[in-house]
Design a protein around this ligand. Structure first.
Ligand code: KG4
Ligand code: ZN
Length: 340
């Protein structure tokens, strides 16, 4: 019998629904929330309201595009956390209601874990290059930055992580001080394309082991701009591309330095990146370059699955469904991951 999973993602500012059939993507619909642009960051209350408005039409459209009958859905997978509590509640409540009505199981999915599974997402007639286990994954998103050893579809171990800001936050905060709207990461990527990455040098943090830190870089970028603007009030405008290329290169080399160290320490040469920042073209290029030099096997998610989407939630749900790992109606979302 076919296994058809409806995936629901609502952890931050994207409302997404997807259908996966026997492990292949049939549809993946995403409603972005432009409302946060003018505020320079995601406003949690506005995100929850927008999810509430978007969830039914987005699910409807994912089911229609997949061309399946609702009654054939085997289970509903939803993001249980981490994320914004109000936003998670919308997706969680929808999933519970849908599953109750259809008398099918619900499956809770960890958003970070789902980002890793984005590396395995593909349509039936379009299978990409997927990583073999074990592999190292640098998970870089707006809320998290960590290096993990992935030993199975549902098994991983974190061996390094940020002690303050995430890499995506560093991109977004540096973009904000240059006056870009939220989220600024993709805009830095765009302008960096035409810039000189060696024009401005920013110091890298000295952090122990495989951990990261990005809060100092953001502050030094802010002070650097403040001093330069005193001499030239149009400094940002006059140097936009070089600024973007330089800060992007600094963030990406900080990320790569620890990934190299992780590979040396573990002896693992299957190396992947995932999460929103993995769509950064500079990071992809740097990874390819280092990978070639070090004889790594490099894996990146399809660009359309790098940022938040429900297909990755549905795929995580698919593997949990195979193990009969269901959630309970009484399970509540969680905003943060408990650290042991
Ligand atoms: O994984 P994601 O969609 O959401 C979270 O789980 O956080 O990641 C969003 C983050 C944002 O910080 C955004 O600026 C960043 O990913 N991002 C990028 C690019 N595309 C998205 N950062 C740099 N370059 C990009 N091309
Ligand atoms: Zn994410």
């Amino acid at each position: 019998m076919d296994i058809i999973i409806l995936g629901i993602e609502s952890s931050c500012d994207d409302t997404s629904a997807a259908i996966i059939k026997n492990g292949y993507v049939l549809s993946n619909k995403i409603a972005n929330q432009d409302i946060h642009k003018e505020y320079g960051g995601v406003v949690p209350e506005l995100a929850s309201r927008a999810h509430q408005q978007n969830i039914v039409p987005v699910v409807d459209s994912a089911i229609k595009q997949a061309g399946i009958d609702k009654s054939k859905i085997s289970a509903v997978a939803f993001t249980r956390g981490p994320g914004l509590m109000g936003a998670l509640l919308v997706g969680t409540s929808f999933a519970k209601g849908f599953a109750l009505a259809k008398k099918i199981p619900i499956i809770d999915v960890n958003h970070l874990h789902a980002h890793i599974l984005s590396l395995f997402l593909c349509e039936e007639n379009n299978s990409g290059k997927i990583p073999p286990f074990p592999f190292l994954c640098l998970l870089v998103s707006g809320g998290h930055t960590q290096i993990m050893i992935i030993t199975g579809y549902l098994d991983s171990k974190t061996i390094g992580k940020t002690i303050d800001d995430a890499a995506g936050e560093a991109f977004d905060k540096c973009a904000k001080v240059m006056g870009f709207p939220y989220p600024g990461g993709p805009l830095i990527d765009k302008y960096a394309d035409r810039g000189n990455k060696n024009k401005f040098i920013f110091s890298k943090p000295q952090i122990r082991d495989l951990d990261y830190s990005f809060s100092g870089l953001k502050t030094s970028f802010l002070y650097f701009l403040r001093d330069r603007i005193k001499e030239d009030k149009d400094f940002i405008e006059n140097n936009r591309s070089d600024l973007c290329a330089s800060i992007q290169h600094t963030i990406n080399s900080i990320l790569l330095d620890k990934l190299i160290r992780a590979s040396e320490q573990t002896g693992i040469v299957n190396i992947a990146i995932a999460g929103g920042v993995s769509s950064n073209s500079g990071l992809r290029n740097l990874l390819m370059k280092e990978g070639k030099k070090r004889k790594w096997n490099v894996f990146v998610p399809d660009l359309k699955y790098s940022t938040d989407n429900a297909a990755m939630i549905a795929l995580a749900g698919y593997y949990k469904f195979l193990n009969k790992e269901y959630a309970k109606q009484s399970d509540a979302p969680f905003a943060r991951i408990k650290t042991k």
